[in-house]
Design a binder for this molecule. Structure first.
Ligand SMILES: [Ca+2]
Ligand SMILES: [Ca+2]
Length: 613
């Protein structure tokens, strides 16, 4: 703890005791027992108040006091069964770091809880938010690299597709140079908090205030972020507000009567259709199962509209952000919690971290559906989600359908033509795949040329691109959990090491090198990051477009044909009308401009990029 001041105990003579007697006990009671306090600590000067959730026994009717001059108990609220007590702890703006002694007392006795107020880290270089200058890399830490075999157990079995494989935070830190070399500027780690049994993926938490032991220690987490920031790499928290794991203690013993939607015995089956939310004419029953059903039929559904849980979740997010100096959020299963609750969550988090932003998982093929969840405007129901941006699932499906199923290029243009549905299409997070989808290379008809073309589109089109770890070396992988195979070279005894240039197969190297050159191009050309995206032309199998800002213009042509094509692209009344010459980039074939036509011979399933002069 960072504290140069004398312990508060010495300052007691200055302090004013604040005690609130809740109620007179109508029955005899045992001494208060405290098993857990959420959050386990806070920071001096971070917020004017912190809501403590004390879990234990015999807490009903207890009086709570704190004998320190910088803190005051606002009010308390205990559950009827005495297992929980909420404590509103007010903190002075200039509260000093140190240990608060919170006394919880009933007629049978008392219990004192030590609660640390830490000194905040310097905020410079932290809590940055993600921007169009970033390229995000998604890592499932258990499957990336084992940097500390001492934390591999329990449930460690590298042969079990759904067991722990040993990867951890130190493993990620060990390979930051690899990511930096590739050109990545932000990493999104799937949840690192404590899960039960063999839930290696992290999406079934049993304690929102603990790191899973397989991941390492909080110090490992902090060390990873510090090392990442030194390389200019941001770190994104995967936040799951919709549900917990089935073994979370709340499942059978929730802190309030409305903490969860339902109980293990009586809850709604889930649906995964967002139409009932988006449709202004829908009856509540059309969204009830989606909002309140237990995801996958087993995950206890949190009710973030419970005001206490709403406060708990926002505060929990702030605790992780502050603990590890994080830079952004990926919001899991975004539509499955009410947008009103997300709005409050965003406001609470932004109050502390104005620069930080979030990207929501809104899994749908249709931009008319996905765009509804974007924040910044009030929808028909009077709610503004405050969500800055989301993953561009419609574009991801379109790119794969076009390249892999030979669907008309119009599929991609269709998505872009609906960009006016969004307030900020330019910051949508674009991607080919993630830990929930089949890998590109395991889709029917995939090959490395198509993957390279897909990456070229991703890195030249509008949006903030996200790469799923392993796709940069063309890793195969079918449906979950096959799409979560171990990264080669990250684990003891691996036959090959794809983290090293010499350890990559020729195919792996070809894909990696091409993607690396695309990221370098993107870094060198601001127009590819923040320029306007303008159509030039398209037909069944080609699409030509421009990215331009006030200083430069790039021309990109995609041939989705199964064969090479000699294209003659009309440029009249387009952003290319006045173009004089085309300078090929990344090995693009020569292209000629004659009058208002551009002539290009382009190989099958390939993308060519030009600087326009
Ligand atoms: Ca390990
Ligand atoms: Ca829900």
């Amino acid at each position: 703890m960072n504290n140069n001041r004398p312990p508060f105990r010495l300052l007691v003579w200055l302090a004013v005791a604040t005690t609130i007697q809740l109620s007179v006990l109508a029955f005899s009671q045992n001494v208060p027992v405290v098993q857990k306090v959420d959050p386990p600590n806070w920071w001096a000067g971070l917020t004017p108040e912190v809501l403590l959730l004390v879990q234990g026994e015999n807490l009903t009717g207890a009086s709570v006091s704190v004998n320190e001059r910088d803190a005051m108990i606002g009010r308390t609220q205990a559950s009827a069964d005495g297992h929980y007590c909420f404590i509103w702890l007010s903190l002075k703006p200039k509260a000093h770091p140190g240990t608060l002694h919170i006394n919880i007392k009933n007629p049978s006795g008392s219990k004192t809880v030590d609660f640390s107020l830490l000194l905040r880290e310097d905020t410079k270089g932290h809590y940055q938010g993600v921007s169009r200058d970033d390229v995000i890399y998604l890592i499932m830490p258990d499957r990336f690299s084992d940097g500390d075999p001492s934390n591999d157990q329990p449930f460690y079995d590298r042969n079990a597709p759904k067991g722990y494989h040993g990867g951890d935070l130190r493993g990620v830190r060990n390979h930051l140079d690899y990511l930096h070399d590739l050109g990545v500027t932000a990493i999104w780690l799937t949840p690192v908090w404590k899960n039960a049994d063999s839930d290696y993926h992290g999406y079934g938490t049993v304690d929102l205030y603990a790191l899973d032991s397989h991941m390492g220690s909080m110090q490992d987490y902090r060390d990873l972020v510090v090392a990442a920031h030194k390389l200019g790499i941001k770190v994104i928290l995967d936040y799951v507000a919709n549900h917990t794991g089935p073994k979370h203690p709340w499942t059978t013993d929730p802190p309030t009567a409305t903490w969860l939607h339902g109980t293990p015995d009586h809850h709604l089956d889930p649906t995964y259709d967002f139409a009932g939310i988006v449709d202004p004419h829908a009856a509540p029953r059309e969204s009830r199962h989606m909002l309140e059903g237990w995801f996958a039929g087993v995950l206890p559904d949190l009710n973030p509209d419970d005001p206490l849980l709403g406060s708990y979740l926002a505060q929990n997010t702030i605790w992780w952000t502050e603990s590890a100096t994080l830079d952004g959020y990926r919001l899991d299963t975004f539509p499955y919690s009410s947008r009103a609750s997300w709005s409050l969550w965003h406001k609470r988090v932004k109050r502390v971290y104005p620069e930080i932003n979030s990207v929501g998982e809104v899994w749908n093929v249709d931009p008319t559906i996905t765009s509804f969840f974007e924040g910044g405007r009030t929808q028909f129901d009077g709610v503004d989600s405050d969500l800055p941006t989301m993953f561009d699932f419609p574009l991801s499906f379109a790119i794969k359908d076009v390249l892999l199923k030979d669907q008309p290029v119009q599929r991609i243009v269709d998505v872009l033509q609906r960009d006016s549905l969004y307030l900020r299409p330019e910051i949508l997070v674009t991607f080919l795949g993630n830990h929930d989808t089949r890998r590109f290379m395991s889709e029917a008809g995939a090959d490395k040329e198509k993957l390279k073309a897909a990456f070229a589109l991703l890195m030249t089109m509008r949006g903030i691109p996200q790469i799923y770890s392993g796709d940069e070396i063309g890793m195969p992988g079918g449906d979950d959990p096959d799409n979560r195979r171990d990264f080669p070279g990250g684990f003891p005894g691996d036959a090959a090491n794809a983290f090293s240039a010499t350890g990559r197969s020729p195919d792996q190297a070809e894909i990696f090198n091409y993607l690396q050159s695309l990221l370098q191009l993107r870094a060198e050309h601001p127009a590819l990051r923040d320029g306007r995206h303008l159509h030039v032309g398209w037909d069944e199998t080609y699409y030509a477009f421009v990215r331009e800002d006030s200083k430069e213009k790039l021309f990109i042509v995609f041939n989705n044909g199964k064969d090479a094509r000699s294209l003659s692209i009309p440029t009249g009344d387009t952003a290319m009308q006045l173009a004089k010459t085309l300078k090929p980039l990344l090995g693009a074939p020569a292209a000629q401009i004659s009058g208002e036509q551009i002539q290009i011979s382009l190989g099958a399933k390939s993308v060519a990029i030009y600087a326009v002069e």
